[in-house]
Design a binder for this molecule. Structure first.
Ligand code: BYC
Length: 470
């Protein structure tokens, strides 16, 4: 890696060329990253030419530069949104004071932990998705998968940059660990549960990008409020890329619904068995996938009542998404009525912030469901998709391990266990969905279970050869 042309190989706006210490740390880490990418990134397809967008700067022209590239040659860059002059801390006990350009000693380990937890999810998702290329429904979808994968790789670079630049030896060690833990690994799993779940079919991918990437949006938005300015600027830029990942989820699920409705009309029936026999995903199965991924993603907000979230907010480390929309930014005198299995508890607002964020996340999740339900209604079928209750199938927080159905009703443990597989995908449901997953790589062709997208990428036709396979 000596003699490297930094602005060419690692596009950046952190003045890498004149920072020897950072160069040395990244020079050491980069070969490990490439090794990880080749071993744990998309299986095969490394020599395919993929139509990808690359960030080469943070301005309107540079953040989305499109071109054909082989994935291992992708230019993973380091970008922070532009610095805002005189930015002040926007919440917590130190509100109004200047933001920090360095890490205050007393918050070092907490900030490192937040950055590591965020960083860990990025390579985890690439690992989860590594086999999906083999069953892509079209070249358009294959390209979108790879776009997401390389950008999650870039988001890992973003967090590694922060660890290397601001956390010394501890940061370098954590950066190595980010490549040593693996999704689903029994000995060294990823930190958060959702990122250890297998994503072995495209319906799961669309649910993951709809629900889990949306958690990413909320977590990144709350870290974008941080008083630690380099973290804030990094997350602000990551959010521009995150939008496309959620787009893939929302339009992917919308295309599944559209195709299923076409099939239901063709066969003149909404009978799930007949819909399946005609090669489409029946709506009750789709509902089970939504239940699974939504409930799993709800855990990512942490416990309902959390002293960690209280301290993070009071100290200015992690705010609420779009903090300026609120009136009270200190929250020392307000409370929140929290529903727990023991009844309603009034808790200090500072300790309820994970729940506040989860509630606004759920509202955001509703938007897609409304749209898909309108499609179903227009097609004349009575079925309606719903979000599960935030108390259903939780493994973190006050509702962890409680026997609650998707409507939020408490059941006996026995009834819950008997019915769980009518609410989330059973082995048979998964086997059926897997049976639909056949690779389609002729330009412009789509698998039979999904409708084509309305338009292509960057004004190109849907039938454009987005991935050239060799
Ligand atoms: N699984 O007070 P608690 C994304 C741990 S997604 C396992 O309840 P806190 C992306 C927690 O770490 C966004 N462990 O919660 C999407 C803590 O452990 P320590 C990812 C969990 O601390 C798609 C303990 O339980 N970003 O970007 O308020 C593709 C008690 O914690 C879980 C972030 O997560 C869980 N679900 O908040 C690619 C942001 N939940 O520290 C990417 C950074 C909690 O006591 N992370 N625990 O050992 C955070 O802000 C916080 O760590 C959490 C938890 C939101 C995760």
């Amino acid at each position: 890696m000596s003699g490297i042309n930094y602005s060419e190989k690692i596009p950046n706006n952190v003045n890498l060329v004149s920072d020897r210490t950072l160069q040395r740390a990244l020079e050491h880490w980069q070969p490990h990253f490439i090794e990880w990418w080749k071993g744990m990134g998309p299986s095969d397809f490394q020599s395919a030419d993929v139509y990808l967008r690359t960030a080469t700067s943070v301005d309107a022209q540079g953040w989305a530069t499109y071109g054909t590239v082989k994935m291992p040659d992708y230019r993973w860059g380091i970008f922070l949104a532009d610095q805002q002059a005189d930015r002040k801390i926007g919440f917590g006990d130190q509100m109004g004071q200047p933001v920090w350009q360095q890490v205050p000693g007393e918050y070092r380990s907490t900030l490192r932990r937040l950055i590591v937890t965020q960083g860990d999810t990025e390579p985890a998702s690439v690992e989860q998705q590594r086999l999906l290329g083999h069953t892509c429904p079209s070249l358009y979808d294959l390209r979108n998968l790879f776009q997401i994968n390389v950008e999650e790789g870039r988001h890992l670079w973003a967090m590694v940059y922060l660890l290397h630049a601001y956390f010394g030896r501890d940061g370098r060690e954590e950066a190595e660990e980010l490549l040593a833990r693996h999704s689903g690994d029994a000995d060294k799993p990823r930190i958060l549960t959702t990122f250890n779940e297998p994503i072995s079919d495209w319906l799961s991918l669309f649910c993951f990008t709809y629900f889990t990437d949306r958690d990413g949006k909320y977590q990144l938005k709350s870290l974008a409020e941080s008083a630690f300015d380099p973290l804030s600027r990094t997350c602000r830029f990551m959010l521009t890329e995150e939008a496309h990942h959620m787009f893939v989820g929302e339009t992917g699920l919308g295309r599944v619904v559209k195709r299923t409705l076409e099939v239901m009309k063709e066969i003149g029936s909404d009978d799930p068995g007949k819909v399946r026999a005609a090669g489409a995903v029946d709506l009750p199965t789709l509902q089970k996938y939504l239940n699974f991924w939504c409930s799993s993603s709800l855990d990512l907000f942490g416990s309902e009542i959390s002293s960690n979230s209280a301290a993070n907010f009071a100290n200015g480390l992690k705010g609420r998404p779009d903090e300026t929309q609120y009136e009270d930014h200190v929250l020392r005198s307000s409370t929140f009525k929290m529903g727990t299995p023991a009844g309603t508890e009034e808790v200090p607002m500072l300790n309820a912030l994970n729940e506040v964020m989860r509630e606004s996340y759920l509202k955001d999740c509703e938007i897609g469901l409304k749209r898909w339900n309108r499609q179903i209604e227009r097609a004349g079928f009575p079925f309606r998709l719903t979000l599960p209750s935030s108390r259903f199938r939780r493994t973190i927080g006050a509702w962890a391990g409680q026997s609650v159905d998707p409507q939020g009703k408490m059941l006996s443990k026995e009834e819950y266990e008997n019915k769980l597989h009518s609410w989330i995908p059973s082995e048979a449901d998964r086997a059926f969905v897997h049976s639909l997953m056949r690779k389609v790589v002729e330009p412009g062709k789509m698998a039979a279970w999904i409708a084509p997208p309305e338009r292509g990428i960057n004004n190109l036709a849907v039938g454009y050869e987005y991935v050239k396979l060799h």
